[in-house]
Write a protein that binds this ligand. Structure first.
Ligand SMILES: Cc1cc2nc3c(=O)[nH]c(=O)nc-3n(C[C@H](O)[C@H](O)[C@H](O)COP(=O)(O)OP(=O)(O)OC[C@H]3O[C@@H](n4cnc5c(N)ncnc54)[C@H](O)[C@@H]3O)c2cc1C
Ligand code: SF4
Length: 503
């Protein structure tokens, strides 16, 4: 049984009203035309965003329309009506959370928006985000039977069309007040934290989210660039949670400003750690510590801080006219390369394997090439050239075998660059993890078990999920694990309240 969105049994009626409004309006505005309503910057109030795009190319990021723009109502209906409603829906098999895809598309095709939304929200707390950033080409859309003719149903765009409709019309705000039973502290407001906050609040628990940054969302706010995911979609997920009664405490680092012990002393009955992987791996090639070598996650975060007015453009390590070599070929590398390009740098992505081995989505690669980013394959970085600053990136040419094994050729070359961005992955922030008093691997990944409570650590009442448990993955997986942890926390608290579990 699909739960009703409003919690009061009238989600479908509300959606029908919203539907009528949409029909009247005829079409939704495109993503880029929305106004951004961010929370005011709290750390560096004195610094202003320079709105002049001639001096600050970042100012234009907010106005940039996603290439894969949103559907209008007629477009959404036309697309939904293409679906074959397969008896064995391959799309669903391709989805990591097994969303009820054919069901929601069928409801949408019939103009039954309330039912479509209820199917979507049944398994997904963040469909407006997932509908934008999930690697759909490798998941639902890649598996869709119509992909054999290279015309898969645009499932992500349909999903976000319905989710936007729900959020635009406040259908999830739920006037029902949930009694606050035991209070749960969530550490980190990325997809895992947000998903758990949603489920726990709906289950009647008091929820407070502690976040070290000034904005919610974690990597979906500070990592994924605005031109791929407009930050309004993230901010309003948090606003929706606040409307449900979730409290957000920003600029508070657990482990530094407060400990896990403090949280229990403050009366929280359980703690959920969803801190992601905040540190980057060192590049590890010769001479990589010289100025001009930048890690991708910090670079992307700095760009967001400038857009928020929390940092100056001069703080961004990439400048107009720079020649940049980006090391890596995952979506972080492509995001960093495309961001550097928007800062008017000349960008080359340097990758040790072949084009077909790249980890980024084919569409991201195509868009990056179209925008003017250069790609150099078979080139394994070996050293940064330069004394006081970067002058180039030395690489060794590789042969790549069928199974992607690299075979060094002994031939060396240099990519000319005055900046190098390393996009080779993130890892746990060990200094913080060590303060949590939970068992973790040497690298800092937190160990959890499935019994007796899903995602509980070896410390009773302390749970963990998301990238900090399963290593850096995707938004949808972090969300799925956050939901699992929420169920584990609820089971733990119920048992505790029944007197069977002492804390
Ligand atoms: C550049 C980039 C692009 C990406 N693109 C995609 C994409 O297109 N599609 C996709 O599916 N996935 C993408 N990902 C991966 C995806 O964003 C992550 O897998 C996902 O966000 C992980 O969620 P999480 O909740 O586990 O952690 P995070 O999103 O990392 O959130 C952790 C949160 O915890 C906070 N925190 C950390 N330590 C503390 C502390 N001690 N106290 C308080 N708060 C703390 C952090 O500030 C952060 O807000 C991308 C990642 C990056 C870096
Ligand atoms: S596989 Fe494609 S056509 Fe078939 S039900 Fe799923 S979305 Fe529709």
């Amino acid at each position: 049984m699909v739960p009703c969105l409003s919690g009061e049994g009238n989600g479908c009626r509300q959606a029908a009203v919203a539907f009528a409004r949409v029909v009247t309006a005829q079409a939704r505005p495109e993503t880029g035309s929305r106004s951004l309503r961010l929370k005011p910057a709290r750390r560096r109030k004195d610094i202003m965003i320079m709105a002049d795009t001639s001096t600050n190319p970042l100012a234009s990021f907010h106005d940039e329309i996603m290439r894969d723009h949103d559907y209008t109502l007629p477009e959404a209906l036309t697309e939904a009506r293409r679906c074959l409603h397969c008896k064995v829906p391959l799309c669903r098999q391709g989805c990591p959370i097994e969303n009820e895809i054919p069901q929601f598309i069928q409801a949408l095709a019939q103009g039954n928006f309330g039912t479509a939304a209820e199917y979507i929200y049944h398994r997904n707390n963040l469909p407006a985000i997932c509908g934008r950033v999930c690697p759909r080409e490798n998941q639902c859309e890649g598996a869709c039977v119509l992909n054999r003719a290279k015309k898969p149903i645009q499932i992500g765009k349909l999903e976000r069309f319905v989710a936007d409709l729900v959020l635009d019309n406040g259908l999830l705000d739920g006037k029902k007040k949930y009694p606050a039973a035991a209070a749960v502290a969530i550490v980190g407001s990325g997809p895992a934290g947000l998903a758990a906050a949603y489920d726990l609040r709906k289950a009647g628990y008091g929820v407070t989210v502690f976040e070290q940054a000034s904005q919610p969302g974690g990597t979906i706010f500070y990592g994924i660039p605005t031109f791929r995911l407009h930050k309004e979609f993230v901010v309003r997920e948090a606003a929706h949670l606040e409307a449900l009664g979730v409290t957000f405490v920003y600029n508070t680092e657990i482990g530094e400003d407060k400990s896990i012990d403090d949280l229990f002393a403050d009366g929280f009955a359980a703690v959920f750690i969803a801190v992601g992987t905040m540190d980057s791996w060192g590049l590890g090639v010769k001479n990589y510590t010289i100025p001009g070598v930048v890690d991708a996650a910090s670079f992307l975060q700095k760009v967001q801080e400038v857009q928020l007015g929390e940092a100056m453009l001069a703080d961004v390590p990439i400048r107009k006219g720079d020649t940049v070599a980006v090391i890596g070929a995952g979506n972080v590398a492509i995001d960093a390369a495309r961001t550097a390009l928007r800062l008017q740098a000349e960008v080359t992505v340097v990758y040790r394997r072949a084009e077909k081995n790249m980890k980024c989505l084919p569409s991201e690669y195509e868009e990056a090439k179209e925008e003017g980013i250069h790609f150099q394959f078979y080139s394994d970085p070996t050293a940064i050239i330069g004394v006081d600053t970067v002058e180039g990136l030395q690489y060794e040419r590789q042969e790549i075998l069928e199974d992607a094994t690299m075979v060094p050729t002994g031939e060396f070359g240099v990519v000319k660059a005055n900046k190098v961005i390393a996009a080779i992955g993130n890892r746990p922030q060990l200094s913080a993890i060590r303060t949590f008093g939970v068992h973790a691997s040497d690298e800092g990944y937190i160990a959890v078990s499935s019994e007796p409570y899903a995602n509980m650590t070896d410390r009773p009442g302390v749970f963990a999920a998301g990238d900090i448990v399963h290593k850096p993955q995707t938004v949808v997986l972090a969300m799925r694990e956050g939901k699992k942890a929420a169920a584990g926390i609820a089971a733990y608290l119920q048992r505790r309240d029944s007197g069977a579990e002492s804390v």
